[in-house]
Design a protein around this ligand. Structure first.
Ligand code: ATP
Ligand code: MG
Length: 381
């Protein structure tokens, strides 16, 4: 007899011909999550199992964060031949429960001499007899005692909800524009939850933005890294571009022109990363550069789709996710971002693309972009 984790995944994504591929990826992801806890991970009968963890609670915490895992339970694995032993174990597991219960049996091993209704009945009867303070309620029980008969018998009473989504890497790669703010880490996390591997680019404007501001962004990337299965961050110097925009372009358009340069540089980094989309933390109307008109102007320079998973979120909804995924506190540290350097007083909210392009014509775009790319630093986190 031993304790194992039973890991469940969403059924919907796993049907059809891709199922073995998704499962393999999921096993790999769970393996990496528990590697340093000594965990043994295997797949059997379309179910992922984890055993031999030297820290079970930490193992549960980590596995529940692996994208693709929908729930998990701490189960007792034991031989299935001795039904009496299964009954005694059930009593042991139920003895501190109160109120009502039901037994929910599943028999994958169809050669097992008892079918599921019979297991429910016999096991339920045994528990009731030995724990008379409990009563049976099959409709709305306080506790469900699950019994699965596979190669072994598995008994468990509680499922722990996990993050859901799909295993990272099953759905291509995207490049996240990662600022030090609240929104973009959440956007990256949401995209990764759908199975997309994520690389990141951060623009910093030293000395207008400090070394601490850059460290803060790398800290955010480190927090995301666990869920994202590692992240490569390109840190791109943006001071020269911002200075030139500030000197040469009309102040109403500087923010938007700056954002278009971010996109141009992101295009090039996405090519290097083989990323198929860009991701930003924008939501409609949050600031002047995120009006419908402004977003269209920004998109006009993107060479690949731009995904904005927060597009319809209110700020509070974004904050709620940030708190849940553990980025909020770091995001809230008060370091400046390059967007707050040279902020115009009256940024255009209905910019015309032609006007923006005319402004940009005053700059030597190719040289500026090439230089920024040349001086980028790369961090593997
Ligand atoms: P956030 O909380 O993500 O900083 P925000 O509300 O402050 O968002 P903006 O500053 O306008 O909004 O930025 C919008 C998006 O542009 C960000 O979500 C991010 O994807 C990208 N972005 C902004 N600044 C940077 C930066 N310095 N480096 C990389 N991407 C950036
Ligand atoms: Mg920002």
């Amino acid at each position: 007899m031993r304790e194992v984790l039973l890991v469940r995944f969403g059924e919907i994504y796993l049907k059809g011909l891709n199922r073995p591929y998704f499962l393999r990826m999921l096993v790999d992801r769970v393996k990496s999550a528990v590697r340093d806890l000594g965990g043994h991970v295997w797949l059997s009968d379309s179910r992922v199992y984890v055993s031999d963890l030297n820290n079970v609670e930490e193992g549960i915490r980590r596995v529940s964060k692996v994208f693709g895992v929908h729930s998990l339970c701490k189960a007792v694995e034991m031989g299935k031949e001795d039904f009496g032993a299964i009954c005694r174990q059930a009593v042991e597991m139920m003895k501190d429960c109160k109120g009502s219960f039901k037994v929910s049996a599943r028999r994958s091993d169809k050669r097992y001499p008892m079918d599921s209704p019979r297991i429910n009945e016999e096991l339920g009867g045994y528990v009731l007899e030995h724990l008379p303070h409990l009563n049976v309620d099959v409709r709305n029980p306080d506790t469900v005692l699950s019994v699965e008969i596979r190669d072994y018998a598995y008994l468990y009473t509680a499922a722990i909800a996990a993050v859901g989504g799909m295993p990272v890497g099953t759905n291509g790669r995207a490049l996240l524009l990662l600022s030090g703010g609240i929104d973009s880490p959440v956007a990256g996390w949401m995209i990764a939850k759908r199975g997309v591997a994520v690389s990141a680019v951060h623009f910093h404007s030293f000395p207008y933005t400090s070394q601490r501001a850059k460290e803060k962004v790398l800290d955010l990337a480190r927090i995301l890294s666990e869920s994202l299965c590692g992240i490569r961050v390109h840190v791109v110097p943006f001071t020269e571009i911002q200075t030139q925009i500030h000197e040469k372009c009309h102040p109403d358009y500087t923010t938007l022109i700056m954002r278009r340069y971010m996109m141009r540089i992101a295009n090039a980094i996405a090519r290097k990363e083989r990323a198929q989309a860009l991701v930003t933390g924008e939501s409609i109307g949050q600031v002047a550069s995120q009006t419908m008109h402004s977003l269209a102007c920004t998109d006009a320079v993107a060479e690949i789709p731009v995904f904005r998973p927060l597009i319809g979120f209110d700020k509070q909804e974004i904050v709620d996710v940030a708190v849940r995924i553990g980025t909020y506190e770091t995001s809230s540290l008060p370091y400046e971002d390059c967007c707050t350097v040279f902020t115009p007083r009256h940024p255009a909210t209905k910019p015309r693309l032609l006007t923006i392009q005319a402004g940009e014509a005053l700059l030597d775009s190719d040289t500026l972009v090439a230089k920024a790319l040349e001086d980028a630093e790369i961090f593997e986190l």
